[in-house]
Unconditional design. Sequence first.
Length: 327
Amino acid sequence: MGATINAFLRKQLVTRRDRLESAAHHRGHSAHVHVLLKEVDRALAGMEDGSFGICEICHEAVETERLICDPLTRICLDHFTTQEKTALERDLELAAEVQKALLPQHPFQHQGWDVCYHYEPAGLVSGDYCDIIEAGDGSFYFVVGDVSGKGLAASMLMTHMHAMFRTLMSVKLPLTDILKHASRVFSESTLPNQYATLVCGRAMPDGTLEICNAGHPPPMIVRDGVVEELDSADLPIGLFVAEEFSVSNLRLLPGEGLVMYSDGVSEANNTSGTEYTSHRLSNVIRSSNGVDASALVAACRDDLTAFRGQARKTDDATLFVLRRQRA
Ligand SMILES: [Zn+2]
């Protein structure tokens, strides 16, 4: 386990210890609080003598992701009983349901815009984030993001991003300020080596778009069969506390669109280890000229699925299409 993760977990444990002590102080020493305090102390002592994160049964390393979710875990997954494994699977299924419920309604139609997406976790839960939020003045915000890492820990960060962006957007700040705040909150509340790439934008009823890209694969602008990438040099959010972001302005005419995707799409592998690539994606978009948002999402999704074949999914994949309706 890395030194940064260890430092993070130690901080978590110390905070927990403080809370437990104050709970014990206010409510008297309940047996449960006492047991928890003992466990936190045992974990902290383990950090000193090097036994923290080592399975008590087989002496192999406990899964880092499980330690992040629960630093008091003392045995690795191998020794779970069938019953315990079933309970864990049920937890994961519940997490997946919670995550699904956070996804925006689609197809979404608003002020001459059509939005449609495809959201595909590699496992039960995903570290990808996509959202559509009406601003109340005819415009709406959209976000397509990807949290570093995979699985449960990434999905927890994804739900954190969801709440954070919904809060920031309700205050109606300029896009660059939304990203600046989001980056600060994210870097202060996550592990030091965790970050998120994302494209965040605002679509106006007259077809104009404001777009910020924080280290995410460049969105593709689709104009009459021509596909062009919208480049940006900004960094992912959460890398540094104080980051600056730039905004691009563009205008889409009726029939024109914007395609965003996570690297789980462009970096998907087939059974012989070949990468899907953004080039192949842009070819599919070009050859689907003239179709509506949901048909374009379906064409991209079907091509990706066909390409991947029986290959194991290794990363979460998201495709997100925004298109001006034809007059
Ligand atoms: Zn073990």
